[in-house]
Design a protein. Structure first.
Length: 125
C-alpha cells in the first residue's frame, strides 16, 4: 500500500505487484482530481488483476473519493491496467464536476419564503 506525502492518496494492488511506474501513473492522473475539488479528504485507488481465459477485461481499477457528503465510488475494467486507470479517473472527474454543478444550481435557485406578518391598513381621508 502506498501513501503519498503531499496528497491523501492510497494505492493498493490485489493479485498485482505495484511497480513504481504504476504508482507514478496513478499519482499523475489523480492530481487533476485534487486540483478540481479542494474538499477531498482522500482518494483510494485499488488495482486488481483477474486473469481470465479470453483475456478480455483482465484489469480492474476501483476508486473511492472520501469527500464531505456521500463518498464517490467508481469502477472500470479493461484489457490494459493503464487504460483502466485512465478511464477510472475520467469517471471520477465527471462525478466531481457533476457534484459541483449541482451545488451551484441549487445555490442559485430562488426559494419562496412566506413571512407571517400583519400589514396595518391605512385609511385615506
Amino acid at each position: 500500500m502506498e501513501k503519498s506525502n503531499h496528497q491523501p492518496l492510497t494505492i493498493s494492488g490485489v493479485h498485482l505487484e505495484l511497480t513504481n511506474a504504476i504508482k507514478e501513473h496513478v499519482r499523475e492522473k489523480t492530481k487533476k482530481l485534487f486540483a478540481h475539488e479542494a474538499q477531498i479528504i482522500g482518494i483510494q485507488v485499488e488495482l486488481k488483476c483477474n486473469p481470465k481465459v479470453n483475456k478480455q477485461k483482465e484489469f480492474m481499477a476501483e476508486g473511492h473519493i472520501r469527500i464531505y457528503g456521500p463518498p464517490m465510488v467508481a469502477k472500470e475494467e479493461s484489457d490494459d491496467l493503464y487504460k483502466s486507470v485512465d478511464l477510472l479517473v475520467l469517471k471520477l472527474d465527471r462525478m466531481l464536476r457533476r457534484r459541483s454543478r449541482l451545488k451551484r444550481v441549487k445555490r442559485k435557485q430562488l426559494h419562496d419564503i412566506e413571512i407571517p406578518a400583519e400589514i396595518p391598513k391605512v385609511s385615506h381621508s
